[in-house]
Write a protein that binds this ligand. Structure first.
Ligand code: HEC
Ligand code: HEC
Length: 306
Protein backbone atom coordinates (compact mmCIF):
# COMPACT_ATOMS: atom_id res chain seq x y z
CA UNK A 1 0.00 0.00 0.00
CA UNK A 2 2.74 2.43 1.01
CA UNK A 3 4.57 1.67 -2.22
CA UNK A 4 1.49 2.46 -4.32
CA UNK A 5 1.01 5.77 -2.54
CA UNK A 6 4.63 6.63 -3.08
CA UNK A 7 4.34 5.93 -6.80
CA UNK A 8 1.14 7.93 -7.07
CA UNK A 9 2.99 10.80 -5.42
CA UNK A 10 5.85 10.55 -7.87
CA UNK A 11 3.48 10.49 -10.86
CA UNK A 12 1.45 13.44 -9.59
CA UNK A 13 4.60 15.38 -8.76
CA UNK A 14 6.02 14.81 -12.23
CA UNK A 15 2.74 15.81 -13.86
CA UNK A 16 2.64 19.02 -11.85
CA UNK A 17 6.26 19.66 -12.78
CA UNK A 18 5.46 19.18 -16.46
CA UNK A 19 2.49 21.54 -16.28
CA UNK A 20 4.60 24.21 -14.57
CA UNK A 21 7.33 23.74 -17.15
CA UNK A 22 4.84 24.11 -20.01
CA UNK A 23 3.36 27.25 -18.39
CA UNK A 24 6.84 28.71 -17.92
CA UNK A 25 7.56 28.04 -21.59
CA UNK A 26 4.37 29.77 -22.72
CA UNK A 27 5.10 32.69 -20.39
CA UNK A 28 8.57 33.05 -21.89
CA UNK A 29 7.15 32.83 -25.43
CA UNK A 30 4.71 35.67 -24.66
CA UNK A 31 7.52 37.75 -23.11
CA UNK A 32 9.60 37.35 -26.22
CA UNK A 33 6.74 38.43 -28.49
CA UNK A 34 5.76 41.37 -26.28
CA UNK A 35 9.34 42.62 -25.95
CA UNK A 36 10.20 42.30 -29.63
CA UNK A 37 11.24 45.69 -31.01
CA UNK A 38 10.61 47.14 -34.47
CA UNK A 39 12.90 49.58 -36.18
CA UNK A 40 10.41 51.54 -38.26
CA UNK A 41 10.94 54.82 -40.09
CA UNK A 42 7.62 56.68 -39.93
CA UNK A 43 6.65 59.03 -42.77
CA UNK A 44 6.01 62.62 -41.89
CA UNK A 45 2.60 63.83 -43.04
CA UNK A 46 1.22 67.34 -43.40
CA UNK A 47 -0.69 68.51 -40.31
CA UNK A 48 -3.26 71.15 -41.19
CA UNK A 49 -4.24 74.08 -38.97
CA UNK A 50 -7.53 75.29 -40.50
CA UNK A 51 -10.79 75.11 -38.53
CA UNK A 52 -12.46 72.65 -40.89
CA UNK A 53 -9.64 70.09 -40.51
CA UNK A 54 -9.68 70.48 -36.72
CA UNK A 55 -13.40 69.79 -36.73
CA UNK A 56 -12.89 66.72 -38.90
CA UNK A 57 -10.14 65.62 -36.48
CA UNK A 58 -12.45 65.93 -33.49
CA UNK A 59 -15.08 63.89 -35.29
CA UNK A 60 -12.54 61.15 -36.10
CA UNK A 61 -11.33 61.10 -32.48
CA UNK A 62 -14.95 60.69 -31.30
CA UNK A 63 -15.79 57.79 -33.62
CA UNK A 64 -12.40 56.02 -33.67
CA UNK A 65 -10.58 56.69 -30.39
CA UNK A 66 -13.08 57.71 -27.67
CA UNK A 67 -14.29 54.15 -27.17
CA UNK A 68 -10.98 53.42 -25.44
CA UNK A 69 -9.32 56.80 -24.74
CA UNK A 70 -12.59 58.57 -23.71
CA UNK A 71 -14.16 61.63 -25.35
CA UNK A 72 -11.76 64.03 -23.64
CA UNK A 73 -8.82 61.85 -24.79
CA UNK A 74 -7.65 61.65 -21.16
CA UNK A 75 -7.67 57.84 -21.31
CA UNK A 76 -9.54 55.15 -19.39
CA UNK A 77 -7.56 53.64 -16.50
CA UNK A 78 -8.31 49.91 -16.29
CA UNK A 79 -10.26 50.06 -19.56
CA UNK A 80 -10.04 46.30 -20.10
CA UNK A 81 -10.18 44.25 -16.92
CA UNK A 82 -10.30 40.47 -17.25
CA UNK A 83 -10.12 39.15 -13.67
CA UNK A 84 -7.13 36.88 -13.08
CA UNK A 85 -5.79 37.57 -16.58
CA UNK A 86 -4.99 41.22 -17.28
CA UNK A 87 -5.76 44.86 -16.57
CA UNK A 88 -5.08 47.12 -19.54
CA UNK A 89 -5.42 50.88 -19.52
CA UNK A 90 -5.98 53.14 -22.50
CA UNK A 91 -3.46 55.92 -21.82
CA UNK A 92 -3.89 59.69 -21.62
CA UNK A 93 -3.40 61.31 -25.07
CA UNK A 94 -3.58 64.93 -23.89
CA UNK A 95 -0.73 67.08 -22.57
CA UNK A 96 -1.99 66.86 -18.95
CA UNK A 97 -0.28 64.94 -16.14
CA UNK A 98 -0.31 61.19 -16.81
CA UNK A 99 0.17 61.83 -20.56
CA UNK A 100 2.07 59.22 -22.59
CA UNK A 101 2.41 61.56 -25.57
CA UNK A 102 3.89 64.66 -23.88
CA UNK A 103 7.24 64.23 -25.64
CA UNK A 104 5.87 62.86 -28.93
CA UNK A 105 7.17 64.20 -32.23
CA UNK A 106 4.84 64.07 -35.25
CA UNK A 107 6.73 60.95 -36.40
CA UNK A 108 6.11 59.28 -33.02
CA UNK A 109 2.37 59.77 -33.52
CA UNK A 110 2.49 58.32 -37.04
CA UNK A 111 4.66 55.39 -35.89
CA UNK A 112 2.22 54.52 -33.09
CA UNK A 113 -0.92 54.88 -35.22
CA UNK A 114 0.12 53.50 -38.61
CA UNK A 115 2.73 50.98 -37.55
CA UNK A 116 1.64 50.08 -34.01
CA UNK A 117 5.15 50.81 -32.74
CA UNK A 118 5.71 52.69 -29.47
CA UNK A 119 8.62 55.06 -28.77
CA UNK A 120 10.48 52.20 -27.06
CA UNK A 121 10.22 50.21 -30.31
CA UNK A 122 7.78 47.64 -28.90
CA UNK A 123 4.40 46.85 -30.39
CA UNK A 124 1.22 48.40 -29.02
CA UNK A 125 -1.07 45.86 -27.42
CA UNK A 126 -4.76 45.68 -28.49
CA UNK A 127 -4.99 49.16 -30.08
CA UNK A 128 -6.00 48.48 -33.72
CA UNK A 129 -3.10 50.21 -35.50
CA UNK A 130 -3.17 47.60 -38.28
CA UNK A 131 -6.58 49.12 -39.18
CA UNK A 132 -5.50 52.76 -38.67
CA UNK A 133 -2.77 51.86 -41.20
CA UNK A 134 -5.51 52.33 -43.83
CA UNK A 135 -6.22 55.95 -42.83
CA UNK A 136 -5.44 58.50 -45.55
CA UNK A 137 -2.88 61.27 -44.95
CA UNK A 138 -5.75 63.77 -44.96
CA UNK A 139 -7.70 62.00 -42.22
CA UNK A 140 -4.64 61.18 -40.10
CA UNK A 141 -3.36 64.77 -40.46
CA UNK A 142 -6.71 66.19 -39.28
CA UNK A 143 -6.84 63.73 -36.39
CA UNK A 144 -3.33 64.65 -35.22
CA UNK A 145 -4.08 68.38 -35.59
CA UNK A 146 -7.01 67.92 -33.21
CA UNK A 147 -5.22 65.61 -30.74
CA UNK A 148 -2.23 67.93 -30.45
CA UNK A 149 -4.51 70.84 -29.63
CA UNK A 150 -6.99 69.10 -27.35
CA UNK A 151 -7.20 70.55 -23.81
CA UNK A 152 -4.96 68.96 -21.16
CA UNK A 153 -6.62 66.38 -18.89
CA UNK A 154 -4.89 65.13 -15.72
CA UNK A 155 -5.54 61.40 -15.46
CA UNK A 156 -3.65 58.13 -15.04
CA UNK A 157 -0.45 59.53 -13.55
CA UNK A 158 1.95 56.75 -12.55
CA UNK A 159 -0.34 54.00 -13.86
CA UNK A 160 1.08 50.90 -15.45
CA UNK A 161 -0.59 50.55 -18.86
CA UNK A 162 -0.20 46.80 -19.36
CA UNK A 163 -0.54 44.45 -16.40
CA UNK A 164 -0.73 40.71 -16.95
CA UNK A 165 -0.95 38.02 -14.30
CA UNK A 166 1.38 35.02 -14.70
CA UNK A 167 -1.63 32.97 -15.84
CA UNK A 168 -2.73 35.75 -18.22
CA UNK A 169 0.65 35.97 -19.86
CA UNK A 170 0.97 32.18 -20.17
CA UNK A 171 -2.54 32.07 -21.69
CA UNK A 172 -1.51 34.79 -24.17
CA UNK A 173 1.56 32.69 -25.03
CA UNK A 174 -0.75 29.74 -25.65
CA UNK A 175 -2.65 31.86 -28.21
CA UNK A 176 -5.88 32.09 -26.16
CA UNK A 177 -6.56 35.66 -27.36
CA UNK A 178 -5.15 35.52 -30.89
CA UNK A 179 -2.47 37.97 -31.96
CA UNK A 180 -2.93 41.34 -30.22
CA UNK A 181 0.54 42.69 -30.98
CA UNK A 182 -0.44 45.01 -33.79
CA UNK A 183 3.01 45.86 -35.12
CA UNK A 184 3.43 42.22 -36.13
CA UNK A 185 0.42 42.51 -38.47
CA UNK A 186 1.45 45.65 -40.37
CA UNK A 187 3.35 45.72 -43.67
CA UNK A 188 5.89 48.37 -42.59
CA UNK A 189 7.44 48.76 -46.01
CA UNK A 190 4.44 49.87 -48.08
CA UNK A 191 1.33 52.06 -48.03
CA UNK A 192 -2.11 51.46 -49.60
CA UNK A 193 -1.85 52.45 -53.29
CA UNK A 194 -4.76 54.93 -53.27
CA UNK A 195 -7.67 56.23 -51.22
CA UNK A 196 -11.26 56.57 -52.43
CA UNK A 197 -12.93 60.00 -52.42
CA UNK A 198 -15.49 60.32 -49.61
CA UNK A 199 -18.98 59.56 -50.95
CA UNK A 200 -21.81 57.05 -50.92
CA UNK A 201 -19.84 54.38 -52.77
CA UNK A 202 -18.88 50.79 -51.97
CA UNK A 203 -15.21 51.81 -52.31
CA UNK A 204 -15.51 54.44 -49.58
CA UNK A 205 -17.53 51.95 -47.52
CA UNK A 206 -14.58 49.55 -47.69
CA UNK A 207 -12.25 52.34 -46.50
CA UNK A 208 -14.55 52.96 -43.51
CA UNK A 209 -14.85 49.24 -42.69
CA UNK A 210 -11.03 49.08 -42.66
CA UNK A 211 -10.38 52.08 -40.41
CA UNK A 212 -13.32 51.20 -38.11
CA UNK A 213 -11.96 47.70 -37.44
CA UNK A 214 -15.18 45.81 -38.24
CA UNK A 215 -13.01 42.82 -39.16
CA UNK A 216 -11.35 42.44 -35.74
CA UNK A 217 -14.64 40.99 -34.52
CA UNK A 218 -16.68 40.05 -37.62
CA UNK A 219 -13.74 38.23 -39.24
CA UNK A 220 -11.38 39.04 -42.09
CA UNK A 221 -14.01 38.22 -44.73
CA UNK A 222 -16.83 39.70 -42.55
CA UNK A 223 -18.69 36.35 -42.59
CA UNK A 224 -18.91 36.31 -38.75
CA UNK A 225 -16.45 35.18 -36.10
CA UNK A 226 -15.74 34.58 -32.43
CA UNK A 227 -14.19 37.93 -31.30
CA UNK A 228 -10.92 38.08 -29.27
CA UNK A 229 -12.72 39.26 -26.08
CA UNK A 230 -13.28 35.92 -24.30
CA UNK A 231 -16.57 37.17 -22.82
CA UNK A 232 -18.05 38.37 -26.12
CA UNK A 233 -20.97 36.78 -27.94
CA UNK A 234 -20.39 35.72 -31.55
CA UNK A 235 -20.17 38.52 -34.11
CA UNK A 236 -22.72 37.85 -36.87
CA UNK A 237 -22.20 37.46 -40.62
CA UNK A 238 -22.33 40.92 -42.28
CA UNK A 239 -22.23 39.60 -45.86
CA UNK A 240 -25.51 38.88 -47.73
CA UNK A 241 -25.08 35.33 -46.40
CA UNK A 242 -26.42 36.61 -43.02
CA UNK A 243 -29.41 38.62 -41.74
CA UNK A 244 -28.30 41.77 -43.60
CA UNK A 245 -29.44 40.20 -46.91
CA UNK A 246 -33.01 41.29 -46.06
CA UNK A 247 -32.15 44.73 -44.62
CA UNK A 248 -32.49 48.16 -46.29
CA UNK A 249 -29.90 50.87 -45.74
CA UNK A 250 -32.42 52.55 -43.40
CA UNK A 251 -32.53 49.32 -41.32
CA UNK A 252 -28.73 49.33 -41.14
CA UNK A 253 -28.54 52.99 -40.04
CA UNK A 254 -31.30 52.39 -37.46
CA UNK A 255 -29.40 49.37 -36.07
CA UNK A 256 -26.15 51.28 -35.59
CA UNK A 257 -27.94 54.31 -34.10
CA UNK A 258 -30.19 52.45 -31.64
CA UNK A 259 -28.50 49.09 -31.16
CA UNK A 260 -31.76 47.33 -32.07
CA UNK A 261 -31.77 45.13 -35.18
CA UNK A 262 -34.86 45.02 -37.47
CA UNK A 263 -35.63 41.55 -36.09
CA UNK A 264 -35.99 43.28 -32.67
CA UNK A 265 -32.86 41.95 -30.93
CA UNK A 266 -30.80 44.35 -28.79
CA UNK A 267 -27.05 44.46 -29.43
CA UNK A 268 -24.89 44.48 -26.29
CA UNK A 269 -22.80 47.70 -26.57
CA UNK A 270 -19.96 46.18 -24.55
CA UNK A 271 -19.44 43.64 -27.37
CA UNK A 272 -20.77 45.51 -30.44
CA UNK A 273 -19.71 49.17 -30.06
CA UNK A 274 -22.75 50.58 -31.92
CA UNK A 275 -22.82 53.59 -29.54
CA UNK A 276 -19.53 54.77 -31.14
CA UNK A 277 -19.89 53.39 -34.66
CA UNK A 278 -23.42 54.83 -34.83
CA UNK A 279 -21.92 58.34 -34.66
CA UNK A 280 -20.93 58.07 -38.29
CA UNK A 281 -22.95 60.22 -40.70
CA UNK A 282 -25.88 58.80 -42.72
CA UNK A 283 -23.77 58.93 -45.88
CA UNK A 284 -20.92 57.02 -44.23
CA UNK A 285 -23.25 54.33 -42.91
CA UNK A 286 -24.91 54.08 -46.35
CA UNK A 287 -21.48 53.63 -47.94
CA UNK A 288 -20.64 50.85 -45.46
CA UNK A 289 -23.96 49.12 -46.13
CA UNK A 290 -23.40 49.41 -49.88
CA UNK A 291 -19.98 47.78 -49.46
CA UNK A 292 -21.35 44.98 -47.25
CA UNK A 293 -24.13 44.26 -49.79
CA UNK A 294 -21.54 44.08 -52.59
CA UNK A 295 -19.71 41.21 -50.88
CA UNK A 296 -20.29 37.59 -51.91
CA UNK A 297 -22.96 35.83 -49.78
CA UNK A 298 -20.66 33.80 -47.54
CA UNK A 299 -21.69 31.05 -45.17
CA UNK A 300 -21.64 32.15 -41.51
CA UNK A 301 -18.41 31.41 -39.67
CA UNK A 302 -18.00 31.05 -35.89
CA UNK A 303 -14.23 30.46 -35.93
CA UNK A 304 -11.98 32.67 -33.76
CA UNK A 305 -10.67 35.80 -35.51
CA UNK A 306 -7.17 35.22 -36.88
C1 HEC B 1 -9.64 49.25 -28.75
C2 HEC B 1 -9.13 50.28 -27.91
C3 HEC B 1 -8.33 51.40 -28.53
C4 HEC B 1 -8.69 52.22 -29.57
C5 HEC B 1 -9.96 52.16 -30.41
C6 HEC B 1 -7.64 53.19 -29.70
N1 HEC B 1 -6.65 52.95 -28.77
FE1 HEC B 1 -4.91 53.98 -28.56
N2 HEC B 1 -4.31 52.69 -27.14
C7 HEC B 1 -5.07 51.65 -26.61
C8 HEC B 1 -4.27 50.93 -25.64
C9 HEC B 1 -4.74 49.72 -24.83
C10 HEC B 1 -3.01 51.53 -25.62
C11 HEC B 1 -1.80 51.10 -24.79
C12 HEC B 1 -1.04 50.10 -25.65
C13 HEC B 1 0.31 49.72 -25.14
O1 HEC B 1 0.89 50.43 -24.30
O2 HEC B 1 0.81 48.69 -25.64
C14 HEC B 1 -3.08 52.63 -26.57
C15 HEC B 1 -2.00 53.50 -26.80
C16 HEC B 1 -2.07 54.61 -27.62
C17 HEC B 1 -0.98 55.53 -27.83
C18 HEC B 1 0.37 55.50 -27.13
C19 HEC B 1 1.39 54.69 -27.86
C20 HEC B 1 2.72 54.73 -27.11
O3 HEC B 1 3.73 54.98 -27.76
O4 HEC B 1 2.72 54.48 -25.88
C21 HEC B 1 -1.43 56.48 -28.72
C22 HEC B 1 -0.64 57.66 -29.27
C23 HEC B 1 -2.79 56.13 -29.06
N3 HEC B 1 -3.15 54.99 -28.39
C24 HEC B 1 -3.60 56.85 -29.91
C25 HEC B 1 -4.87 56.45 -30.34
C26 HEC B 1 -5.67 57.16 -31.30
C27 HEC B 1 -5.31 58.49 -31.93
C28 HEC B 1 -6.81 56.41 -31.53
C29 HEC B 1 -7.92 56.67 -32.51
C30 HEC B 1 -7.52 56.83 -33.90
C31 HEC B 1 -6.71 55.23 -30.67
N4 HEC B 1 -5.53 55.30 -29.96
C32 HEC B 1 -7.65 54.23 -30.61
C33 HEC B 1 -6.36 51.34 -26.96
C34 HEC B 1 -7.05 51.88 -28.04
C1 HEC C 1 -15.38 44.76 -30.72
C2 HEC C 1 -16.02 43.85 -31.65
C3 HEC C 1 -16.88 44.42 -32.76
C4 HEC C 1 -16.55 45.43 -33.64
C5 HEC C 1 -15.28 46.26 -33.71
C6 HEC C 1 -17.68 45.55 -34.54
N1 HEC C 1 -18.65 44.64 -34.20
FE1 HEC C 1 -20.52 44.49 -35.02
N2 HEC C 1 -21.02 43.07 -33.67
C7 HEC C 1 -20.18 42.52 -32.74
C8 HEC C 1 -20.91 41.55 -31.94
C9 HEC C 1 -20.33 40.71 -30.81
C10 HEC C 1 -22.24 41.54 -32.43
C11 HEC C 1 -23.40 40.74 -31.87
C12 HEC C 1 -23.83 41.49 -30.62
C13 HEC C 1 -25.06 40.96 -29.95
O1 HEC C 1 -25.73 40.10 -30.50
O2 HEC C 1 -25.36 41.49 -28.84
C14 HEC C 1 -22.27 42.50 -33.53
C15 HEC C 1 -23.41 42.79 -34.29
C16 HEC C 1 -23.42 43.61 -35.40
C17 HEC C 1 -24.57 43.82 -36.25
C18 HEC C 1 -25.93 43.12 -36.15
C19 HEC C 1 -25.94 42.01 -37.18
C20 HEC C 1 -27.06 41.04 -37.10
O3 HEC C 1 -27.14 40.19 -37.99
O4 HEC C 1 -27.83 41.09 -36.12
C21 HEC C 1 -24.18 44.71 -37.23
C22 HEC C 1 -25.01 45.23 -38.38
C23 HEC C 1 -22.80 45.03 -36.98
N3 HEC C 1 -22.37 44.37 -35.85
C24 HEC C 1 -22.04 45.87 -37.78
C25 HEC C 1 -20.73 46.24 -37.50
C26 HEC C 1 -19.97 47.17 -38.31
C27 HEC C 1 -20.45 47.80 -39.61
C28 HEC C 1 -18.76 47.34 -37.69
C29 HEC C 1 -17.63 48.27 -38.10
C30 HEC C 1 -18.04 49.65 -38.34
C31 HEC C 1 -18.77 46.52 -36.50
N4 HEC C 1 -19.98 45.86 -36.43
C32 HEC C 1 -17.73 46.44 -35.59
C33 HEC C 1 -18.86 42.87 -32.52
C34 HEC C 1 -18.20 43.93 -33.13
Amino acid sequence: MKKVLKWAGVVLGSLLGLILLAAAGLYAKASMEMNKTYDVQAQSIPIPTDAESLERGKYLADVLCAECHDYDMGGKPGWMNIPGIAVISAPNLTSGSGSVVADFSDEDWVRALRHGVKTDGKSVFVMPSSDFYYMSDGDLGSLLAYLKSSPPVNRGEGEEILQFTLLGQAAYGAGAFGNLLEASKVDHSSRPASFPEPGVTAGYGEYLVNIHSCQICHGVDLAGADPPDPESTLAPNLTPGGDLADWTDADFIQTLRTGIVPEGRRLVPQFMPWDYKGRMTDDELKAIFMYLQSLPALETSTAPVK
